[in-house]
Write a protein that binds this ligand. Structure first.
Ligand code: NI
Length: 186
């Protein structure tokens, strides 16, 4: 296992579309995923996409603890929806594809290990269905709402060379994380 170097905004690897993984069961893909998980946990981060560690392949890892899910649901007003409170176990998505389930979007704050120190308010589809392969080559099909849906959309954007500031509709909501407390100061 190894902690990998994270590419930061401006590096060309973050702008190019990543390539499909030909064989999800290949040993080098398992090794990549192990290193990505270690890197994500060390950072720490909620998710990581392979281009962020200089590997142009369609691989994503993410994890949402129940505590984090509950906190985010409180913030985006979806806490009444018990399914979003459960969190998501450590997940590996290979060649993921997203399908929005409605036109509705939700605003929420995002950060990114490739955009250190900053946070921004980003609109995302409120509900999605996604498909991917796991390390055994088995298909994963999940429906996601709330923060789970947000994380998957953020990470899959990395596979298409898109960073969250490009999804923002109001750049006055791009700020340093250390200044975020001013929002609640009123
Ligand atoms: Ni990111």
């Amino acid at each position: 296992m190894a902690i990998l170097k994270i590419a930061r905004m401006g590096h060309p690897i973050l702008r190019r579309p990543a390539d499909d993984v030909v064989d999800p069961t290949a040993p080098e893909i398992r090794k990549l995923v192990e290193d990505m998980v270690e890197t994500m946990e060390d950072a720490p981060g909620t998710g990581l996409a392979a281009p962020q560690v200089h590997v142009p392949l369609r691989v994503v890892v993410f994890f949402v603890s129940p505590q984090r899910a509950a906190r985010e649901a409180e913030l985006d007003g979806s806490a009444g929806d018990s399914a979003v409170l459960e969190g998501v176990p450590l997940s590996v998505l290979i060649n993921p594809v997203i399908e929005p389930l409605s036109r509705e979007t939700t605003l929420g704050w995002e950060g990114c290990l490739s955009v250190p120190g900053l946070t921004g308010e980003v609109p995302r589809h409120s509900a999605i269905r996604y498909r991917a392969l796991d390390l055994e080559g088995q298909e994963i099909v999940r429906e996601a709402r709330g923060f789970h849906a947000r994380v998957v959309q953020h990470e899959c954007d990395h596979l298409d060379g898109v960073l969250y500031p490009q999804r923002m509709t109001d750049l006055s909501k791009l700020m340093f994380t250390s200044e975020l407390h001013h929002l609640s100061d009123g």
